[in-house]
Design a protein around this ligand. Sequence first.
Ligand code: HAM
Length: 419
Amino acid sequence: MQKPKGTYDLLPKDSKLRNRLEEILKTVSLYYNFKEIRTPIFERSEVFHRAVGDSTDIVKKETYDFLDRGNRQMTLRPEGTATVVRAYVENKLFADPIQPQKLYYIAPMFRYERPQAGRYRQHHQFGCEVFGADSPSIDAEIISMAYNIYQLLGISDLTVKVNSLGDEESRTNYQKALVQYLTPLKDKLCIDCQERIKNNPLRVLDCKIDTFDNPPKMSEYRTAEAKKYFAEVLSYLNTLNIKYEVDEKLVRGLDYYTHTVFEIHATIEGFGAQTALGGGGRYNKMVKQFGGPDVSAIGFGLGIERMLLALQALNINLVGEDYINVFVATMANTKNVGIKLLNELRLNGFIAEISHQDKSLKNQLRQANKLNAETVLIVGEEELENNLVIIKYKGEQKTVQIDKVVEYLDKLELGDYNE
Ligand code: HAM
């Protein structure tokens, strides 16, 4: 039996780092005043078809669709935004007294893509979505939050690309100009892009446009209002000291964006082809499209696996080796007392272990060593007659009264695994 292609097992040796990373992301979310939201792993297919767009690669080629036993068309979520919007509308979070709603998630996503380094069929995203804030300063907050996360982790070999798709009018005007420009050049485009001219011309920018002379520039088709909004976003980014590049060709692979879009790419040597660490943008129309009020929104999604790959490529280690605080070693006749002590230690917050295999003392000490035990407690027969146990700590050995063990260990200030 083998795992499905494009998936991986998170093994115990890697779970400490993964948990630490998630803790950091949760802490940063707290600092930025985001609250967690969890939505189902699957939704009715129309949630994604409607939001992400029927002509996108994600919906056309990559979703895991299935009929449930009641013949309903379901989809494993390929991304988080649409599910969060569905939940926001369904649970009427727009009526919550706290506005804007700032929501985050750490969740698995499923895309039937060709697996390669940094690209999986089940990947995980840390995502943030803000509903009901319509000022350029929140766009800058969202971009800078994503940027600061990488800085905080020590990943600074980055490029931040930003662009503005403008409002509906800007977009319609630009699309018209682009179609006019591309139509006579149709034969030079790939098969996919020939289709895209009809149903999603902006996506052609992702493909071959580089090879053409003077394609129309998005910035020239923005309305005055859209221009002003974008200029203010950039000005706030300057205030926040974010080094960004304006990339006129940045359109993103999902159809729901309006105004600001951005991506953060790794520029780490030898990182591989999948350099997009994260991306996001504004989607001012989706809430209404889902039957909610006219509420604007913006967010991002950062790939957890790519974050881990970047840490690895830069040799950044967020966690130390695994260890335990106390190993309780016993003799055949003292195991009962040892088990009781072990229980007490755990209830007092020590990471504690015992041998359940009735090994010799020598073997138990070896096991303690393998587990990186900070202290070893030996419950010996002779000592026990006087209500004493032996505590080995930093090469020294002491006898301590059995009812004072917790007190004694507390004073040693043993490691906090979560620090
Ligand atoms: P996205 O750009 O499709 O955006 O995905 C966000 C990030 O998830 C990517 O930059 C990448 O790091 C990671 N990612 C995507 N696909 C894979 C994969 N197959 N394997 C590994 N990592 C992957 C979204 O999904 C939007 N929902 C982001 C957003 C939130 N926009 C507004 N709010």
